[in-house]
Write a protein that binds this ligand. Structure first.
Ligand code: TRP
Ligand code: SF4
Length: 327
């Protein structure tokens, strides 16, 4: 029996933007065809960095799930659930904690990075150090064979594999499955201003932005700084607008490269066309989301079904884990 199982999660730290679509969600939608999928809102992971403002969490959880559904996550075939509704994650998290050496966690490059980057959030806490252990529990509890992640999460996956090996070695039983990374292709979209797309920079296009917002935001995008007048030839490869063409208007990429480098079209016209493509892409899902939002019970039902599916798998693993340890 070679069932391929996927577990992936997103932290609900705000509204989802087109970077989330490109970097994760689009991939999830594709994977549903070939894998048994568990898609999780990682709210405990959010809490580790957002513990000062926990009151926003609930709203983001709900909003993110609505985006997942309107962009093609199919709750019939995939389990869509909220991490904190399956407390078995915490149980396994604790069990794995007892055998994870502190050195593995201090050495984790993401830990050192985040402590520096999130200084104002004061994540120099006990739980934050254990972030990758909870992530390992998320994955191992479903015996996931594959985990779609970006490059930045690879150290966490390696740690997860190490923890699984140690568990199986210590208790002489192959209970935990070492997952493989499914690397998402590195097509990261930058924000409107050319920096990383992030809520805190105010440079994101959100998945549910209105047509007017899309127009306004695309018009504000930074372009090739060498192209000052319309007759100046541009350099598409350094222009952020052009990188958006590659994702949202692939059939026009060659044309755009031509009109840009040969100064046939100005940046305003170029942006206008990109905005149209973005609207065509985003509008149907945005409208679907509006419909979904009118039926809150429908969402709660999906999360309830997802929780049941997830919990039954999680319980099985936790029981096997305890049995292997003679607990
Ligand atoms: N750490 C992941 C992130 O920041 C979110 C996450 C939590 C996750 N648990 C997971 C991703 C399990 C994959 C598998 O993006
Ligand atoms: Fe960028 Fe388009 Fe202007 Fe070229 S024409 S610099 S691709 S916005």
């Amino acid at each position: 029996m070679d069932k391929k199982i996927i577990l992936s999660g997103m932290r609900p730290t705000g509204k989802l933007h087109i970077g989330h679509w490109v970097g994760a969600l689009s991939n999830w939608v594709q994977l549903q065809k070939d894998y048994t999928c568990f898609f999780m809102v990682a709210d405990w992971h959010s809490l580790m960095s957002e513990y000062k403002f926990p009151e926003q969490l609930k709203e983001y959880v709900f909003d993110n799930v609505c985006d997942w559904l309107s962009f093609g996550i199919d709750p019939e075939s995939s389990a869509v659930f909220v991490q904190s509704e399956v407390p078995e994650h915490l149980e396994l998290f604790f069990i794995l904690s007892v055998l994870t050496p502190l050195g593995w966690l201090y050495r984790c490059p993401t830990y050192k990075d985040q402590i520096k980057q999130l200084q104002e959030k004061e994540v120099n806490t006990y739980s934050f150090l254990g972030y990758p252990v909870l992530q390992a529990a998320d994955i191992l509890i479903y015996k996931a064979t594959h985990v779609p992640v970006g490059q930045d999460q690879l150290p966490h996956l390696e740690l997860c594999r190490e923890i699984a090996r140690k568990f199986n070695f210590l208790y002489k039983k192959d209970v935990l499955v070492q997952p493989q990374a499914l690397l998402t292709k590195d097509s990261r979209l930058l924000g409107l201003d050319g920096r990383k797309m992030s809520k805190s920079y105010g440079n994101s296009i959100y998945l549910d932005d209105s047509d007017e917002e899309i127009d306004k935001k695309v018009m504000s995008m930074i372009t090739d700084p060498a192209r000052i007048k319309k007759d100046d030839p541009g350099h598409p490869e350094v222009c952020n607008v052009f990188s958006y063409y590659k994702v949202f208007s692939p059939q026009r990429v060659e044309d755009a490269a031509d009109w840009c480098s040969n100064a046939k079209k100005g940046c305003v016209a170029c942006k206008r066309e990109l905005a149209e493509s973005l609207k065509v892409f985003l509008a149907p899902s945005r409208e679907k989301k509006k419909e979904i939002l009118k039926k809150k019970d429908y969402i709660y039902d999906i999360l309830k079904t997802g929780r049941k599916k997830a919990q039954s798998a999680a319980l099985t693993t936790v029981n096997e884990v305890k049995k292997a340890m003679n607990l």
